[in-house]
Design a protein around this ligand. Structure first.
Ligand code: NAD
Ligand code: UDP
Length: 323
């Protein structure tokens, strides 16, 4: 039996942590999903369960090269998000953010699609305003080791707004604050996955600096609710902060993970990387006002689910690392 044409979304970076959850959500909402990924930090395993779904397609493609498909919505989540990975090839990171974004905005223009962009709290750099509102322009080093990501994302926001103003593209920009959950790669390098994997393996927990720097950790399900609310509505372009506004020091996170895993791991201190932001916490007023967004899952509950995921991953000896 044929079905009426369902709306179609292209999810760039769809085999990554956030992108794969987006694929699940859009398939669940009855959309056709084209997942485009170059598997730099993503993995086919994240979408393996969707491969036989009739409305899901997986395409190995690098967004630095143009791609064409007739779609109604483009969600650009293609970019390594962990400092370890985005710094491993900084020129490629900048190309992905700038050339990749231009390619997908160009596609949006050509086919008349709405375009949703994964921006980041990193556009605020090492912030001098706390918590961060969308009106704050940030404190970013343009020539440091984080700049490929921070400045790439800032340039991408500029491109989004210029395509919006010049060509009338319906753009939605989300500034994502530290989000964690199942399907982060065990070797991703970000703090939540690092601490959980270290704790479960009985390895030292590596705090960079003295651990007094803060982050505000959002569980993936909450973030997706915010993103879908933003991309589904017709009034607000953004940029708009989405995250969780409860703030923790990195040391508090380490202690919580050790306690919740029952691990005997010891905390050690390693040098703080250059330009590591000292504080970060979203002001969520706009998200509350325009999207009725309030995060529901506190750190304890989110960590429980994420620890359970990594426990399974680590105990599954049969899993073959292949991309
Ligand atoms: P991730 O590394 O798991 O996912 C990124 C995905 O993009 C991977 O599947 C990777 O293979 C793919 N990719 C990278 N470069 C590509 C290219 N040139 N062409 C095609 N695919 C490419 O990271 P994530 O946490 O899922 O982040 C997704 C998006 O959200 C990124 O744009 C990131 O900057 C943004 N973001 C995430 C967070 C967070 O806390 N998770 C915070 C702020 C912003
Ligand atoms: N961090 C840490 N140990 C780790 C990984 C990260 O202490 O093993 C710190 C990092 O220096 C930063 C914070 O945790 O202050 C968050 O780092 P992450 O890479 O997750 O994201 P960021 O917010 O820096 O992009």
């Amino acid at each position: 039996m044929s079905r009426a044409r369902a709306p179609r979304v292209l999810i760039a970076g769809g085999a990554g942590f956030l992108g794969s959850h987006l694929c699940d959500r859009y398939i669940g909402m009855g959309w056709d999903v084209i997942c485009v990924d170059n598997f730099h930090t993503g993995n086919k395993n994240n979408v393996r369960h969707l491969l036989s779904h009739p409305y899901f397609e997986l395409v190995r493609h690098d967004i630095v090269n143009p791609y064409h498909a007739e779609v109604d919505l483009i969600l650009n989540f293609a970019c390594p998000a962990s400092p370890v990975h985005y710094q491993s090839n900084p020129i490629k990171t900048m190309k992905t953010s700038v050339i990749g974004t231009m390619n997908l905005l160009g596609l949006a223009k050509r086919v008349g699609a709405r375009y949703g962009h994964a921006s980041t709290s990193e556009v605020y750099g090492d912030p001098q305003e706390h918590p961060q509102t969308e009106a704050y322009w940030g404190n970013v080093n343009p020539i440091g080791i984080r700049s490929c990501y921070d400045e790439g994302k800032r340039a991408a926001e500029t491109l989004c707004m210029d395509y919006h103003r010049m060509h009338g593209i319906a753009v939605r920009i989300v500034r994502i604050f530290n989000t964690y959950g199942p399907r982060m790669a065990a070797d991703d390098g970000r703090v939540v996955s690092n601490f959980i994997v270290q704790a479960l393996k009985g390895q030292d927990i590596t705090i960079y600096g003295d651990g007094s720097q803060t982050r505000s950790f959002c569980y993936v399900d909450d973030l997706l609710d915010g993103i879908i609310a933003l991309t589904s509505q017709d009034r607000v372009t953004g940029p708009i902060n989405i995250g969780n506004d409860k703030e923790f020091t990195v040391r508090e996170l380490a202690e919580k993970v050790i306690h919740m895993t029952g691990s005997s791991s010891k905390i050690i201190q390693l040098p703080l990387p250059q330009d590591d932001p000292k504080v970060r916490r979203p002001n969520l007023s706009l998200a509350r006002q325009h999207l009725d967004f309030t995060p529901q899952i506190d750190l304890e509950n989110g960590l429980l689910r994420t620890i359970a995921y990594f426990r399974d991953q680590i105990s599954d000896d049969s899993s073959v690392s292949r991309k």
